[in-house]
Design a protein around this ligand. Sequence first.
Ligand code: ADP
Ligand code: MG
Length: 696
Amino acid sequence: MDNTLSDRQIDVLSGIGPQRARLFGRLGIKKVGDALYYLPYRYEDRSKISDICDLECGSAATVKGRVVSSLIRSSGRRRFSIVEVVIGDGTGCVKAKWYNQPFMQKNFPAGKEVVLSGNIPDVPFSGGILEIENPEYEDATPDGAPGIHTGRVVPVYRLTDGISGKQFRRIMSEVIRSCSEELYDFVPEEITARYGLPSLRESILQVHFPGPGTPLDLLNKGTSGYHKRLSFNELFLFELGMTLAKKKRRKRKRSPLHCRGNMMKEVLERLPFVLTAAQKRTVDEILGDMKRPYPMHRLLQGDVGSGKTVVALLAMLHAVECGCQAALMAPTEILAEQHFFNIRRMIEPLGIRCGLLNSGSGKESRDAVTSGDTPVIIGTHALIQEGVVFRDLGLAVIDEQHKFGVMQRSLLRKKGMNPHLLVMTATPIPRSLALTLYGDLDSSVVDEFPPGRKPVVTKVVDAVEKKLVYEILNKEVGEGRQAYVVYPAIEDSEKSDLKSAQQGKEALERIFPVFRIGLIHGKMKTMERENVMNSFRDGQIDILVSTTVIEVGVDTPGATVMVVVHAERFGLAQLHQLRGRVGRGSYQSYCLLIAYGPLGGDAGRRLAIMEESADGFRLAEEDLSIRGPGDFLGVRQAGMPDLNLADILRDADILEIAKKEAVSLLEESPDLREYPFLKRSLEKFWNGRDDFYKAG
Ligand code: ADP
Ligand code: MG
């Protein structure tokens, strides 16, 4: 199948030189075949040819007629010209106008039959003849068949500067005409037959240049039968990969971890609280997994503040008592450091050593991991670097999993011999997304908060009313509580007029000269940050000014106020995470979202939802509907292949079918030996993520 036109670089096409090839590259189209899957983002119905006498102002229309006259009008100013072409169809005449494109005139010799499609402005002038401004035009086809740009439902593509919609559409029509013969479908025929799916070739033709018959609204929603067929292909590859990964994992072996649970018991006795029922249940589920002869692969979900850390700690202690090492990886240095200090405080009295591995760690810390001196290791990405060797990693925990990618998950897992894996996330995910993102994981949910939490009072404050925020800060801090003030930037910059943490701190120092104000951000050294975090935790800092480095996981129960400056700049998930930093103790907490208006639609909606709801699940769904699944949670960062055609929300029904068919095909042909082309397509789709597509 190589050496086909689809496999060649786009510039083999006539009309595409190096410069255009670069433009196409910008759209992600490198090879000719890529263009086949570059779908229109909407369609315009230009199939109805109107009689000129029926045209109305303020509408869009397509007309067909012969050129009556054409001329170039130059206006007084130099280099300003208008091409005016009058065409008539026997029912009347209409005038088309193009500005500053004098070369246009040669397209319209008198008597030629053309089709025009465009908007008729609301106000007619020039002596009663209607005008169409800047219409798309093309020569009428001899037999009245639909053209490329007119006389049909036409595709509208996302473009990049330097190429017009018409040029692009023409090239696409050429690509599709010349490549569709080569299209070879990797989906076994019995599957497409079972669901009556149209052929791949037909589907590609139809999604680009739909024939009559397909309703415009289905096309625009991307749910025509042809669109569904293309989504199916993509989701089928997706589900095959997921299923293979799961099967592969089930085949791994390890010796079950059994112990008496003394370490756990001791830590439980020292905790200043008792576990919630949800925590107990999830601990049991996890221990159950670890006692099996194959590795655990579990997602622990729980809203911000539900108490996931202690669940992870207990699992880690189980592994350690069984003689293995346990590692916890966190996405930021601050969070890793915090986990380290908390966990060390709890386990060192039992004689269990705990190590920290972050970007600043030296050989000594790594050696302690290798020798097994530190059975419990907390760290950042530093944990998965090459030089880090564990003596015997039995359990790998990933905190705030959505901040990591699948690749990083797999790298950490590879640090041990089939270790158990527990990934945690505070971001609740709608089921359909969970299926795709974490389809290869079992899941547990901490669906209950520790007792005595008061809901955080959330208020959106217009920047001009900042005084209100100062009053609350004054009162709360005056009574001995603490506050976070979060800014979107570290320092003021000439490039933006965003308020910054550095300047914010100085302002707060002027307003509250008696309060102790600290600053923390990502550019500080680990040691400096550690000092600041420690001082805040110990109550030596009253107000902690920060960037979003404190977004995830940070836990200081004495803090009762979270102020977010430029809240309109933050996403819902982020705001919810930030709010989760307060409301952790027994005092009433406040989340004050300072907005610099005027607020655009989405920003206004986000902030209103924050005021209304504290339910992470509800927020996640709203987030999804505002942003769409592509951006949600950084699905991309998660290291999953991009879904270019399918939309897992819209195509949930197809996802189900794809999953069912993937599972049954792999039962019949576990290594896909009988389907070499499918196998290759699978490898290409999962590009390098070999956990997913390599059978066996
Ligand atoms: P998250 O799930 O967001 O990671 P944490 O593990 O940071 O939440 O826990 C939030 C806070 O709740 C911590 O201060 C923790 O000590 C406390 N906590 C956890 N479990 C309980 C419990 N059962 N009772 C009371 N407080 C708890
Ligand atoms: Mg946490």
